[in-house]
Design a protein around this ligand. Structure first.
Ligand SMILES: *Cc1c(COP(=O)(O)O)cnc(C)c1O
Length: 227
């Protein structure tokens, strides 16, 4: 648990250095702690060290933790692939969803979100490489899906997300992120609250920040390797 606090402290320092180096505003990049495959105790430790946003990929695992941790105030982000039969529980238990890649899922989430409460914040997930099995939408289709999501009553369209293929070096990492960042900047004026570019993980977050990321999703770098 001490290591989690230490990792967060080191990461926050590094984040500030990187923001300065690439002339991004101080603290303009949000840190999302990806807690999948880590126990509730690790989330408590990270929360004590100042983290308020947690990302989960697997619904049942996430629901168990959300229930166990109902007494601490954190924001839950669903970042994994979504099947239709999972949308109700996601709409009812999360504050954010980063992995919207088709309209049907967005419509179900909006229909199943309690209209009297806060809207569900969502990002549209883009596929940046041609690997056939990766989820996400082609970049050219982003605008049409964003337009459709923007008008759904119980969702708030917040931005774009991507998980690029692992690249061997910093410059190729930057190049992959740049394509997404350009589309994000182009689309930003079209939508009321489009302020989130969710890109960068433990191994490539510096390149993501250099290219304009506003939210990095860090698992291993905070909690260590997953079992
Ligand atoms: C697991 C996961 C992460 C975190 O990955 P690390 O390499 O452990 O930082 C980030 N985003 C998504 C969508 C993930 O599934």
């Amino acid at each position: 648990m001490i290591t989690i606090a230490k990792n967060i402290e080191r990461l926050s320092d590094r984040l500030l250095r990187i923001e300065r180096q690439y002339e991004r505003g101080a603290a303009c990049v949000k840190l999302l702690a990806v807690s999948k495959r880590h126990p509730a105790e690790s989330i408590i430790a990270a929360n004590k060290a100042g983290i308020e946003d947690f990302g989960e990929n697997y619904l049942q695992e996430a629901l168990d933790k959300i229930q166990r941790l109902s007494s601490i105030r954190v924001n839950w982000h669903f970042i994994g692939p979504i099947q239709s039969n999972k949308t109700k529980a996601i709409a009812e238990n999360f504050q954010w969803v980063h992995s919207i890649d088709r309209l049907k899922i967005a419509q179900r989430l909006s229909d199943q979100r309690e209209p009297s409460g806060p809207k569900l914040n969502v990002c549209v997930q883009i596929k940046l490489s041609d690997e056939t099995n990766k989820s996400g939408l082609e970049l050219v289709a982003a605008e049409a899906l964003c337009d459709a999501v923007e008008v759904l009553p119980n969702l708030q369209l917040r931005g774009l997300m991507a998980i690029p293929a692992a690249e061997p070096d910093f410059e190729s990492q930057r190049l992959a992120f740049r394509a997404l960042a350009q589309e994000y900047s182009r689309l930003k004026p079209r939508y009321a609250q489009f302020d989130t570019l969710s890109m960068g993980m433990s191994n490539d977050f510096e390149a993501a920040i250099a290219e304009g990321s506003t939210l990095i999703r860090i698992g291993t770098g905070i909690f260590g390797p997953r079992s």
